[in-house]
Write a protein that binds this ligand. Structure first.
Ligand SMILES: Cc1cc2nc3c(=O)[nH]c(=O)nc-3n(C[C@H](O)[C@H](O)[C@H](O)COP(=O)(O)OP(=O)(O)OC[C@H]3O[C@@H](n4cnc5c(N)ncnc54)[C@H](O)[C@@H]3O)c2cc1C
Length: 425
């Protein structure tokens, strides 16, 4: 067996070297923070930056969406969602047997006594998102990508509105201003919204990203301009000791004293290489961006019944969301695109979808809906940062700070016990 404690990169010391694997929004923001701490940082990704899940999301900085996607109400709604062809959830039944262990853990998490404390922990990651992004884009010279805004959640039925009210009350309890909207106010705020929506919430003081792909590109460029290195490389293996990591890619190895694993939905495979098991699944999500929509909206709007967002972005009007449980290997599902297209047209009157682009991405999700942000229990010089489910864009800047605290050996600025991988042992 290779002695990974040996500093194999001839003539170079690895003490100050960090490798971050994964150039999605989590990896790029972490790499940028780390370079600012004086480390020599190499960022690795098998793709070019800006081609991951972080490229195609709905762009919402969902600071008040701190309630985990678990609970008896979510569980009870799942069969209805699955049966509704326009609904937000689908399962590829050929994948079902592989999904079962995760589903069991998910159902257990729905009855957990920790849901309330987990929500508090998640809020620690989401609450400062807008402010932290404003700082990041200022230094990177791309301020126009972050927009301060309210957002709407609208419903066709009173029953869906009532269900959402409990969550909205938790937000109000945390100091967020959430107004209840009647049909005529909804129409006044957003004239392009279809008449179907009779109930709504207006959630104030949030923000959104006007082009998530461009944000990633911009932060990545900033990382390079501050001395960071990027290499396009597919990581196939990791060998580690407590002092040294060797990261093996097709045809090349990288050596460092500490590394960060931020490979989103693919982190399970790489964690396994260092002997760590984690019940990570993917919730695949879809988007359609209409480049000449013919109508406009003024803020992000969530269809509260069908669980997708419409966001006014710089490249067009993007409809993004829904969940497909089908693993990382199955091809895109054309039926999900059709459903999203139909739902978008039903949501926005007069929408033109002829000049559109479509996309599918892999959210990485743990059964309790919290990410893993911690030291590896196998090797303390490996830091994990993955599993941010529907909130990775929102949580990235705070996650990056926590990763940096861990790498620097500082006490993290918030309690991160809830994000420890040991919770699955
Ligand atoms: C439809 C949709 C809408 C969404 N809307 C929102 C929203 O409005 N707000 C919000 O906060 N979040 C949203 N999200 C979630 C958010 O996009 C994700 O949580 C976030 O992008 C995850 O970032 P990441 O860096 O962890 O992973 P990714 O962006 O997936 O990056 C992981 C990177 O790791 C690389 N990688 C994987 N394996 C290897 C390997 N072996 N070697 C080298 N590189 C590797 C991949 O190429 C990839 O670039 C949405 C997601 C979807 C799908």
């Amino acid at each position: 067996m290779q002695d990974v404690n040996k500093k194999v990169e001839i003539g170079q010391d690895v003490d100050n070297k960090i490798v971050v694997i994964g150039a999605g929004i989590i990896g790029v923001t972490a790499a940028l923070n780390l370079i600012r701490e004086g480390y020599h940082v190499t960022l690795l990704d098998r793709d070019k930056p800006g081609e991951s899940c972080s490229f195609g999301n709905a762009g919402l900085l969902a600071m008040s969406s701190f309630e985990p996607n678990v609970g008896i109400s979510t569980l009870m709604s799942s069969p209805k969602w699955l049966l509704d062809p326009k609904g937000p959830l689908s399962i590829r039944w050929r994948y079902f047997h592989k999904l079962l262990p995760w589903l069991f853990s998910y159902v257990r998490a729905c009855f957990s006594k920790k849901i309330a404390s987990n929500a508090q922990a998640l809020h620690g990651l989401t609450r400062s998102s807008l402010e932290l992004y404003q700082q990041l884009v200022k230094t990177a010279g791309c301020e126009s990508l972050v927009k301060k805004s309210d957002y709407l959640q609208v419903y066709r039925s009173k029953a869906e509105f009532d269900k959402a009210e409990a969550g909205m009350q938790s937000r109000r309890n945390e100091g967020y201003k959430v107004d209840v909207l009647e049909a005529n106010t909804i129409k006044k705020l957003e004239p392009a919204l279809s008449e179907q929506f009779s109930y709504g919430h207006q959630i104030h003081d949030h923000g959104y990203i006007t082009d998530p792909g461009e944000l990633l590109t911009c932060l990545h460029k900033q990382f390079l301009s501050e001395g960071g290195q990027f290499e396009q490389a597919n990581v196939t293996d990791i060998k580690a000791s407590h002092l040294h990591c060797q990261i093996i890619c097709d045809g090349k190895s990288y050596h460092c004293s500490q590394m960060v694993l931020a490979t989103g939905a693919f982190s399970k495979l790489l964690a396994k290489k260092i002997g760590e098991k984690v019940p990570l699944e993917t919730e695949r999500g879809y988007h359609e961006t209409c480049h000449a929509p013919g109508v406009s909206i003024s803020r992000p709007i969530m269809d509260g019944d069908r669980k997708f967002m419409a966001t006014p972005m710089s490249m067009g009007l993007r409809f993004a969301g829904t969940v497909e449980l089908a693993g990382v290997d199955a091809p895109k599902n054309p039926r999900r695109f059709k459903v999203l297209n139909r739902n978008a047209k039903e949501m926005i009157s007069g929408l033109n979808t002829t000049d559109s682009s479509t996309w599918m991405g892999f959210r990485s999700t743990l059964p309790d809906s919290l990410p893993v942000i911690c030291r590896s229990s196998a090797f303390p010089n490996i830091i994990y940062a993955f599993g941010h489910q529907h909130l990775g864009l929102t949580c990235a800047p705070k996650t990056a700070q926590l990763v940096t605290d861990l790498i620097c050996g500082r006490i993290p600025s918030i309690d991160i016990a809830a994000f420890d991988i040991k919770r699955f042992k």
